[in-house]
Design a protein around this ligand. Structure first.
Ligand code: SAM
Length: 240
């Protein structure tokens, strides 16, 4: 985990503890083993897992830690796949109350396995679609943070994320080079859903040339009851 250690030092300015490094080692080993059977993630080489999965997930930390309820925040990760960015954040911030949402069964099985293996507390894994979870009273407008990486275009993503965020909370999207254009194209969708753009910050991952961005929206008003629309509709007819 040398690459991860130095990336964290460079990006975030602190050293991972031996226990955190051991957890990331276990996570990488289990991911590699499961990837052989189930093809969970496209990124597979050990170097890429350290930087493009673990360090990239942790690059959300400055945004999350800057807020008032940073340490005991509730955070829901939508379309988490094999746990990104939610699980690396939980390894480094054990006090986070984490909910992981994923619709594909084999990925959910891996999530349940790795949460158990790493003995992580206060983690809920949900097999389901963002559109359904967002209309469920147990989750709707209950979270300080809703986050996602590599799940959908911005207007679609905002329809997944903003209904889950309590007023005063935030939605965070990890995005690539199209982030500025995508974000400005989604301003009307954000407003419709009760969001307002708060931050569009470039992130430089060590050794990665493609630009990365953190895009943060404040939840400033309640989301109208009709959003999110039924499963599949946000993707087919993105809010304009
Ligand atoms: N966030 C992870 C990452 O960055 O490695 C996974 C990214 S993967 C490209 C997108 C994931 O989102 C897939 O695992 C897919 O099953 C999930 N997904 C897409 N739309 C979803 C939805 N509406 N509800 C729940 N999961 C969804």
């Amino acid at each position: 985990m040398n690459r991860l250690s130095s990336a964290v030092k460079q990006l975030l300015g602190f050293d991972l503890t031996p226990a955190q490094l051991a957890a990331f080692r276990t996570y990488a080993a289990e991911l590699a083993e499961w990837n052989e059977k189930f093809n969970l993630t496209a990124i597979k080489s050990p170097a890429d897992v350290e930087i493009k999965h673990f360090a990239d997930s942790l690059s959300c930390l400055p945004a999350i830690r800057n807020t008032q309820h940073a340490t005991r925040a509730s955070l829901i990760d939508i379309g988490t796949g094999a746990g990104f960015p939610g699980l690396p954040l939980k390894i480094v911030c054990p006090e986070l109350k984490l909910t992981l949402v994923e619709s594909v069964g084999k990925k959910v099985a891996f999530l349940e396995h790795i949460v158990g293996k790493l003995e992580l507390k206060d983690v809920t894994v949900i097999k389901g679609r963002a559109e359904e979870v967002g209309q469920d009273g147990a989750h709707r407008e209950k979270y300080d943070w809703a986050v996602a990486r590599a799940v959908a275009e911005m207007p679609v993503l905002l329809e997944y994320l903003l209904p889950l965020v309590k007023i005063g909370g935030k939605a965070l999207a990890q995005k690539g080079e199209n982030a500025p254009a995508e974000t400005h194209g989604a301003e009307r969708a954000a407003k419709l859903l009760g969001g307002s753009l708060a931050q569009l910050t470039p992130v430089e991952l060590p050794g990665v040339v493609e630009p990365r961005y953190l895009v943060v929206f404040d939840k400033v008003a309640a989301t109208p009851a009709k959003y999110p629309r039924r499963a599949g509709l946000p993707g087919k007819q993105p809010l304009k």
